[in-house]
Structures are given as C-alpha cells and as structure tokens.
Design a protein around this ligand. Structure first.
Ligand code: SF4
Ligand code: SF4
Length: 268
C-alpha cells in the first residue's frame, strides 16, 4: 500500500461518511497501538512480567557500544572514564577462522601467555582467529531476592550490576540495546530455547527488524576496532578482562595483551 498517496487523498478531500468511519477506526487503532510496547503488550503487562523475572539480567553479559557507554555515564552522573574503568569488563572472544577478514588476526601475534592458555584448551592452535573484543556491564554476586514473588529464601547469583533486588533496572532509560531487544527474535520456532522468558512466551511480535538495525551498529563497531584499534575506539578501558574460546571462558586477558593481538591496520 502506498501510504503517501492515501494520506494526500485524505487531506485534500472532505471526508464522506465512509471515510469518516475509516478515520475514526484508524484513530482508535493508532491510539491503541501507541499504548503498546514493541512486544505488543501494555507497559503494565510487560513490566509485571519482567519484574517477576529478571532472568536475562542474571544470565548474560550485556555488551555495550561506545554511544551507549556515554548515555549510561551521563545518567549515573559519573565521568566516562570512571564508568568504563570501574563499571565495565573487557570480554575477548576467539572464534576459529582461517580466511582473512575484519578482526581476523594470526596467532603469531598472540602473547606467549595467551597462546599457552589457548593451546591448553585446544591442543593444536589454529593459524588465525576472529577476535571479538567487547565491553560488557560488570556482573556481581548479589542477593536476587524478588519481593514481588515474595520468595521465602534469598538467592545469591551473579547478575548485572544495575539489577535491583525487585528486578527493576537502575539505568532503565539508558539500558543498552541487548536489554531492550532480548531475546532478539520472537518467532514461535525459537520459543522453546527461552522457556524462562515470560515476555517471549506471551508475545508473537517479531523483533528481527530492530535486531538487524542493532547488528549493523555492531558490525560498524567491529570495523572501527579493526581499522582504528581498540584503544582509539575506547579511550578509557576496564581494569579487568576475560578470555573466551567461543562462549567458553578460558582465562583472563589484559588490555595490553589484546592490543598486541590486534595491531591496528595502519600500523601507527
Ligand atoms: S542494564 Fe538493566 S536491563 Fe540490562 S541487564 Fe542490567 S539490569 Fe538488566
Ligand atoms: S525479557 Fe524475558 S527473561 Fe528478561 S526479564 Fe523480561 S521476561 Fe525475564
């Protein structure tokens, strides 16, 4: 349907009885949908489901992009330096890859210590890896008692630093995209992969368009790190880092080691 043509027609003609009826129903529809969240639920419904759960905040590392870091620091009224150094962690993921490409580096660049960690895990170390260096929100062991469910026992779990005891988010207006889009796709075929997510179980909304837009931003971030170097993309860096082989944590890693493994392409 060509919305442009339809809109012009509605504006330029005095509405007849039928058009008035359509406009009224269109208005009601627009009003109704304006009250719904991207999951097709009311804000109250969505909030009730998430406040009684908080599982995505407890299970995953949440990756952030540079502009999201600035928004969170501003919301918390702390400097970007303070936020990146103290409220974030470096996550470096290694994926086996032999063909050249963005963020693909030979293992000859690996510091001996990192090489040995990978060797211990894999036996034979491949010639090159796709190296994904990301900043994630700090996770802490905390009491995840949920007063809404009135659980009798307290429960200590690792969870996002910003998750409060009632499962609300301390930085909700500036929460990163992965929090907004979780679990990214809402197609029935995938529903069984996220049985813990009540929101996903209750919606048929497909978030693939929003997710594609987000993935494009992530791809641009990878390209920036590849072309400019990690320390130019992130002016300040976290004090601690974790090394992963795929999704499995295999050790720790420092910023200095990461920079040695991923020399910038212009050689500066
Ligand atoms: S930033 Fe907020 S929504 Fe995202 S994981 Fe942390 S507590 Fe949950
Ligand atoms: S998005 Fe799903 S997993 Fe996350 S808090 Fe809401 S219901 Fe729980």
């Amino acid at each position: 349907m060509n919305m442009g043509t339809k809109a012009t027609k509605l504006i330029s003609n005095e509405p007849n009885k039928q058009t008035k009826k359509s406009l009224a129903s269109y208005g009601a529809q627009a009003l109704k949908s304006a009250k719904l969240t991207s999951f097709g639920l009311s804000r109250k419904q969505e909030s009730d489901i998430c406040l009684s759960c908080g599982e995505c905040c407890k299970r995953y590392w949440i990756t952030i992009l540079p502009n999201e870091a600035k928004k969170i620091a501003a919301l918390k009224s702390v400097s970007l330096k303070d936020f990146l150094e103290n409220a974030c962690v470096l996550n470096v993921k290694l994926f086996t890859k032999t063909t050249p490409g963005v963020l693909t580096f030979p293992t000859t660049f690996f510091p001996k210590r990192v090489f040995e960690i990978v060797k211990k895990e894999m036996g034979a170390v491949p010639e090159s890896f796709f190296i994904v260096p990301q900043l994630v929100l700090l996770r802490l062991e905390k009491n995840t008692f949920n007063f809404l469910e009135k659980k009798s026992k307290t429960e200590m779990r690792f969870a996002c630093n910003y998750l409060k005891a009632n499962n609300s988010c301390e930085i909700y207006p500036a929460r990163p995209e992965p929090c907004k889009l979780f679990p990214f796709i809402a197609m029935p075929d995938y529903r069984e992969q996220y049985p813990f997510c009540g929101l996903y179980q209750k919606t048929s909304k497909d978030l693939s368009i929003e997710s594609r837009i987000y993935y494009k931003k992530v791809q641009q971030y990878f390209k920036d790190v590849n072309d400019l170097g990690f320390d130019r993309v992130w002016r300040y860096q976290p004090k601690s880092g974790l090394l992963f082989l795929g999704e499995k944590q295999i050790g720790d890693i420092s910023i200095r080691e990461l920079i040695q493994m991923t020399p910038r392409k212009d050689g500066d």
